[in-house]
Design a protein around this ligand. Structure first.
Ligand SMILES: [Zn+2]
Length: 149
């Protein structure tokens, strides 16, 4: 998915790293990795997000992270909340548009970008694309009375 976006944006040379899981669940915080069941850590990642039509948004966000699986877990509602907050005054008409979290940045590039020192085009050239977007379904534990036959 990220690769397709990259091609559309005319970038094909960027490195790929990490997997992203945009967590849609309110009630599950994934303190354990859904892939390997190890405890996740909390780490800040500068997330690069494209929003239709053609907007770029940088979000330095605390995420759950599994080092072993290279899996970043970001809460979808938080990501969307930050975007809505950011754009509600400057560009309210794009709030609610389709978006894609395409990758992350090296910390040094993020710092430049957040201070307006590098242009959106340069950010796109420096994006580290996610290898893939993963989805995990949570099957809630259920307990019920055993039916006696
Ligand atoms: Zn894991």
């Amino acid at each position: 998915m990220a690769r397709k976006t990259a091609k559309r944006l005319g970038i094909t040379e960027n490195p790929e790293k990490y997997y992203l899981f945009l967590n849609p669940y309110e009630e599950y915080r994934f303190t354990k990795c859904p892939k390997c069941d190890k405890k996740t850590k909390i780490r800040k990642f500068p997330l690069v997000i494209t929003i239709k039509p053609g907007m770029l948004f940088l979000l330095n966000k605390s995420c759950k992270f599994c080092e072993k699986c290279q899996l970043i877990i970001a809460r979808q509602r938080e990501v969307e909340g930050f975007m809505a907050f950011e754009f509600s005054s400057v560009n309210p008409e794009i709030v609610g548009n389709d978006y894609l979290v395409i990758g992350t940045l090296e910390r040094k590039d993020w710092q430049g970008g957040s201070r307006g020192l590098i242009s959106p085009q340069e950010i796109l050239e420096k994006v580290i694309f996610f290898k893939d977007h993963l989805e995990f379904e949570v099957i809630p534990a259920r307990w019920e009375l055993e039916k006696s036959e």
